[in-house]
Design a protein around this ligand. Structure first.
Ligand code: GDP
Ligand code: IMO
Ligand code: MG
Length: 423
């Protein structure tokens, strides 16, 4: 497998974790390059379910090296806890298989408090964040007042910088009526987490470039999805990082000419968690999927909003990310439907649109234009061979990929590793 960037082509939770796990049979290095523990990537192996938040999904494959790149925002207490949780489940996490960038910015307790306070203050206009402090942490990074992993490893420097930041943030928290953080206690907690993470920290750029020279196969594990991208998503109902393919390069220090392909992951339908416009949202479809016990968030447990497949959105995702091939997951979710809808265009004020408008109010006003295809009314979860797939299911998969402008490469019919069909 060549060096591949894997991204979510919709609003996140496309099944990236499952596909990464499948592909790491051949990838030697898996790199996270943006986002933080707002991500929740589910991988089921041998009947055990793992939900990975910050640690790359490749950690479950012995021999795979996982890298948390400079573009990630990292909550040291959360990542130390995630390592402990994996270890308790028998997954080996050591400096041999996990390397964390010394340039990654930290998500600190005041970021979490601010995230929550700002959401409450927004009332009905809230974004519906995961409350993990992601927006405030990236905000500090851009404002050049962030603290990084390298700072945490130098207690004297860290203590001094943190003191200034805690004092300033306590004033802001007071305006929201939130109790101030106790500096000494906060410092002690963070230094303890820093101490346990220290053996994992290094210069990830140097490591990745050595790996490029050694022709190691790398997989870049995108978090969130295209329409949550800070530049290209449904702003302001987005996350605070570049979730699209370019983010993998800036967030890892691996330049574009070392990337061989971009794989888009999408569901056979659409989901979104959090607020913001969602043209193909369909409550009936949501009720059906929730009734099957599906589509509850892996990070926050919230019921995901559900809708029909949106080819307008994925076509646009194809442009931004340069998607070469598509992996379609959750086909089995549609098995029981007599007919399935696909959105091919939006209608806005009488005009037919091929691409989504960037203004969220306009997007919210778009009406989906659908084609309808007959359902296959056959369980697909036991199918392992493309040739044994019901013809109507094949037609549907090929149609949504065709409308999205890229070739189908993987069809997923269940959450387990083996429920995957490689074309
Ligand atoms: P990610 O954030 O993109 O990694 O996706 P999540 O893990 O948050 O959500 C995807 C959900 O779909 C998880 O519960 C997966 O176990 C599940 N999943 C992935 N692919 C399939 C599939 O083909 N069929 C079924 N039934 N579930 C799937
Ligand atoms: P994975 O990697 C789905 C959404 C939140 C909210 C918005 C902003 O599992 O696909 P944030 O906490 O990032 O400031 O929240 O982004 N969001 C996700 N939705 N999957 C994710 O990650 C998400 N990470 C953030 O629900 O709407
Ligand atoms: Mg997820």
């Amino acid at each position: 497998m060549a060096n591949t960037i894997l991204i979510g082509a919709q609003w996140g939770d496309e099944g990236k974790g499952k596909i990464i796990d499948f592909l790491t049979e051949t990838a030697e290095i898996v790199v996270r390059s943006q986002g933080g523990n707002n991500a929740g990537h589910t991988v089921i192996v041998g009947g055990t379910k793992y939900v990975l938040h910050l640690i790359p999904s490749g950690i479950l494959r012995p021999g795979t090296k996982c890298v948390i790149g400079n573009g990630v925002v990292l909550d040291p207490i959360a990542v130390a806890g995630e390592i402990d949780g994996l270890t308790a489940k028998g997954v080996s996490v050591t400096p041999e298989n996990l390397l964390i960038s010394d340039a990654a910015h930290l998500v600190l307790p005041y970021h979490r408090h601010l995230d929550e306070a700002r959401e409450i203050a927004k009332g009905a206009g809230k974004i519906g964040t995961t409350k993990r402090g992601i927006g405030p942490a990236y905000g500090d990074k851009i404002a050049r007042v962030g603290l990084r992993m390298a700072d945490l490893l130098n207690p004297a420097v860290f203590s001094e910088k943190l003191a200034t930041r805690v004092a300033e943030n306590n004033e802001t928290l007071a305006r929201y009526g939130i109790a101030p953080l106790d500096f000494e206690q906060t410092l002690a907690q963070l230094l303890a987490a820093g101490k346990s993470l220290a053996p994992f920290v290094g210069n990830t750029v140097v490591f990745l470039h050595k790996s490029v020279r050694e022709k190691k196969h790398m997989l870049f594990e995108g978090a969130q999805g295209t329409f949550l991208d800070i530049d290209h998503g449904t702003y302001p109902y987005v996350t605070s990082s570049n979730t699209t393919a370019g983010g993998a390069c800036t967030g890892s220090g691996v330049p574009p000419h070392h990337i061989d392909s971009v794989l888009g992951v999408m569901k056979a339908y659409t989901t979104r968690v959090g607020e913001g416009p969602f043209p193909t949202e369909d409550e009936g479809l949501g009720d059906m999927l929730h009734g099957m016990g599906r589509e509850f968030g892996s990070t926050t447990g919230r019921a995901r909003r559900c809708g029909w497949f949106d080819a307008v959105a994925v076509r646009y995702a194809g442009m931004i990310n340069g998607i070469d091939t598509l992996a379609v997951t959750n086909l089995d979710g549609l098995d029981s439907l007599a007919s399935v809808k696909i959105c091919t265009h939006y209608r806005l004020n009488g005009a037919l649109l091929e691409t989504p408008p960037m203004d969220y109010a306009q997007l919210a006003a778009c009406e989906p234009v659908y084609i309808e295809m007959p359902g296959w009314l056959t369980p697909t979860d036991q199918i392992r061979d493309w040739n044994l797939m019901p013809e109507r299911a094949k037609d549907y998969l090929l149609k949504i990929c065709d409308l999205s402008g890229a070739k189908l490469s993987i069809a997923s019919v269940g959450p387990n590793r083996e429920q995957t069909i490689l074309l």
